[in-house]
Design a protein around this ligand. Structure first.
Ligand SMILES: *Cc1c(COP(=O)(O)O)cnc(C)c1O
Length: 372
């Protein structure tokens, strides 16, 4: 049985008539850049999150970069980021002229280890960028308390956490601003690159909107130099069409995760941990396995595609060699990176597929990890 890692085709098939109509409307209106379809999505997404401002932009990397700038972070500043994330979280700190300072991750939650944040704070620290990694919100109460104590800004990276909640509140509503990616494989995905910035802060919103559109405050009136990072009308219309489905897709992901949990419970593997006060939205279902590469190959032989998120902790990447870190600096992230394995996860996975993955994983563990 073939089990893809994600399946964007089946989702499109299920909502084809709605999507095709939305795209046809954009074409008929030639409302390609910004315009009414983008604005309509921004309005809906702001209402969905319960925030005052949502500003669409080109992708979830631009949104991090623009928001850091809009929050007043810049040259000479230090920004705390988790050691385990996609590189957008740290590279955007560098592109605005600041320095990323890495913090190890929690051993079972995978999000930034809040007990290790304060030791990294210096007089130059300006902000923290927690990532709600794999779909589980970071421990925001503790993190916000630290930020307040030290006068730091907080930018939530919500690229993997659409619809996640922490203590009943949506991820993306805790910090000064939050950044969303709608890369096609994300829990709410566009059909191309797209992103959005969310905030309740009028000044951050105004600056972010300006920066993303050449610093314009009115046509041909540029208050500052900005850049071009806008949400196009086609993606806006597609996202507006998909947003009402997000809740049921999220419930399907959670149901699939529960099935994995049940059928892998006795394997002894470290399965995803979801604290009672958080709603994990399982952008990824990550387990830790010994002999990971052999297990991954054995699953592939059974038709099962898996992923690794991420194979190298950010501070140990060549891109950050200038920081001279070794594995000892990030004992948790460094010891986990050879064990992480992401199993197939998307709303339309069938129970039969999940059972096949669980059976094959058991078989490969028996063969690879404890040979007779
Ligand atoms: C996907 C992702 C991003 C970047 O989003 P793009 O839209 O691909 O630029 C940023 N941070 C995290 C944690 C991500 O997973």
């Amino acid at each position: 049985m073939h089990v893809p890692f994600v399946d964007l085709k089946i989702q499109y098939k299920n909502i084809k008539s709605e999507i095709d109509a939305a795209m046809a409307a954009v074409l008929a209106d030639t409302a390609f850049i910004a315009g009414k379809y983008t604005t309509a999505f921004e309005t809906d997404f702001a209402a969905y999150l319960g925030v005052k401002h949502v500003i669409g932009c080109g992708n979830g990397t631009d949104s991090l970069e623009i928001l850091l700038q809009a929050m007043g972070v810049g040259r000479g500043d230090e920004v705390l980021v988790p050691a385990n994330s996609w590189i957008s979280t740290s590279e955007t700190v560098t592109t605005i002229g600041a320095t990323p300072v890495f913090v190890d991750n929690h051993p079972t939650l995978y999000t930034i280890d809040v007990s290790k944040i304060e030791e990294k704070i210096t007089p130059r620290t300006k902000a923290i960028v927690p990532v709600h990694l794999y779909g589980l919100p970071a421990e925001m109460d503790e993190l916000m308390a630290i930020a307040r104590r030290h006068g730091l800004k907080v930018l939530e990276d919500c690229a993997q956490s659409h619809a996640a909640t922490y203590k009943g509140r949506k991820a993306g509503t805790f910090g000064d601003a939050s950044s969303f990616s709608f890369y096609p494989g994300k829990n709410l995905g566009a059909y191309g690159d797209a992103g959005a910035m969310a905030t309740n802060d009028d000044a951050i919103a105004e600056r972010a909107r300006m920066i993303s559109n050449h610093g314009q405050i009115a046509k041909n009136t540029h208050a500052i130099e900005g850049r071009n990072s806008r949400l196009d009308g086609m993606q806006g219309a597609i996202l507006k069409t998909k947003l009402p489905h997000l809740e049921s897709w999220t419930e399907s992901r959670r149901k699939n995760a529960a099935l994995y949990n049940t059928h892998l419970a006795d394997t002894g593997l470290l399965l995803p941990v979801a604290p009672d006060d958080a709603r994990h939205v399982y952008h990824l279902y990550v387990v830790q396995v010994p002999n990971r590469d052999e297990v991954q190959a054995a699953l592939k032989a059974e038709g099962i595609e898996t992923g690794i998120h991420y194979p190298t902790a950010l501070p140990l990447m060549q891109a950050y060699a200038y920081q001279n870190h070794t594995a000892k600096d990030f004992p948790v992230a460094a010891s986990q990176m050879d064990k992480l394995l992401s199993l197939p996860m998307y709303p339309e996975l069938t129970e039969e597929m999940i059972m096949h993955v669980c059976r094959s994983l058991r078989k490969s563990l028996a063969a690879v990890v404890a040979p007779a």
